[in-house]
Design a protein around this ligand. Structure first.
Ligand code: BTN
Length: 335
């Protein structure tokens, strides 16, 4: 009930009477009061005024990261409707996979403040310190062929980019603060990585059993490990303003739900291509395609309906680069 009280107080942005809360949740005044007291203990600033009721006074700098706050920020139909918050966990991707195997509903969301065994792409570790970042995994059961799965990662990248832009609309106005996607799914700001996405799937012969999309976002200012210090940044460093983490997760869930439901109708990215390309950092840039069959250089043009990167090679052929197999580097830097 605490998360519902929070949502209601936040939505109202004004005093809500104790009576209204009692009626809404079918509980006594005393029960409402007790819940409010617990929320205050969790750090929420809630004013209680006789004859007026309760008022939530929020400041963006106050970043509660926990179960109630998370639930209160999720405004979707099904994505994240079952959300589990862990102060510490090995890896949210592993937990989400276990949930899938135990029959959890599609859209189950695992969120943590600290991962002790965070996983990155290509078998790398993902540094996951406590108190400063977002680590979450979303579990889905799509009726897709395994080779179609990379499209879901692109959709998540687009959802993250859209949600970030909503959090800081002014960002789009300056190159240094604008949110961009480095194909297929790194989110970058000012040429530095702010978010990584790791999609893992479980397959049964030719169909997908479940997919786990794991997202790690650098939020607070922090000292990065020396290997990534030159290429990583955080939202607060890039924007110089506080970013409440559960609000960001809530917005990502809403954006993803809408994109994913539309995607399932055509099972192509035709409907989001233009929007994805608006964020695409590589567009028009010289890239090196690290194809196991042979590296080549070219100019990135955009994506096709399957989410492959279109690259015009130096010989003038247009190649379609499939996200699952190759990686793309900027010739003059990270992008
Ligand atoms: C990358 O290498 O760019 C992908 C990093 C993905 C990290 C996230 S954090 C939440 C989820 N759990 C993990 O163990 N990894 C992903």
């Amino acid at each position: 009930m605490k998360s519902e009280i929070l949502s209601l107080l936040r939505e109202r942005g004004d005093y809500v009477s104790g009576q209204e809360l009692c009626e809404r949740f079918g509980v006594s005044r005393n029960a409402v009061w007790k819940n409010i007291e617990q929320l205050k203990k969790d750090g929420y600033d809630i004013a209680a005024v006789r004859n007026r009721g309760y008022l939530l006074q929020e400041s963006a700098a106050f970043d509660v990261f926990g179960q109630n706050e998370l639930e209160s920020r999720i405004r979707t139909k099904w994505v994240g409707k079952r959300a589990l918050f862990f102060p510490e966990i090995g890896s949210t991707n592993i937990r989400a996979k276990q949930e899938a195997e135990e029959g959890a509903p599609e859209g189950t969301l695992i969120v943590s403040d600290h991962q002790t065994a965070g996983r990155g792409r290509r078998g790398r570790a993902w540094e996951s310190p406590a108190g400063c970042n977002v680590y979450f995994s979303l579990m889905l059961r799509p009726e897709l062929k395994p080779e179609e799965a990379p499209m879901m990662t692109l959709l998540m990248a687009l959802a993250v980019a859209k949600a970030m832009e909503e959090m800081e609309p002014k960002a789009a106005e300056t190159d240094d603060a604008a949110v961009r996607i480095k194909w297929p799914n790194d989110i970058v700001i000012g040429g530095k990585k702010v978010c990584g996405i790791l999609t893992e799937m479980s397959m049964e012969q030719t169909y997908i059993q479940h997919v786990v999309i794991g997202v790690g976002i650098n939020v607070r200012r922090q000292t990065f490990a020396s290997e990534i210090a030159q290429t990583a940044t955080s939202l607060e460093e890039a924007w110089d303003k506080p970013v409440p983490r559960c609000e960001l997760i809530g917005r990502i869930c809403s954006a993803f739900e809408e994109l994913y439901e539309n995607f399932l109708q055509s099972r192509t990215l035709a409907g989001v291509r233009e929007e994805y390309e608006r964020f695409l950092a590589n567009k028009g840039r010289e890239v090196r395609v690290l194809d196991p069959a042979g590296e080549y250089d070219g100019t990135a043009l955009g994506i096709n309906d399957r989410g492959e990167l279109l690259v015009r090679s130096t010989e003038g052929n247009i190649k379609e680069v499939y996200a699952g197999e190759v990686s793309v580097r900027g010739i003059y830097g990270y992008i």
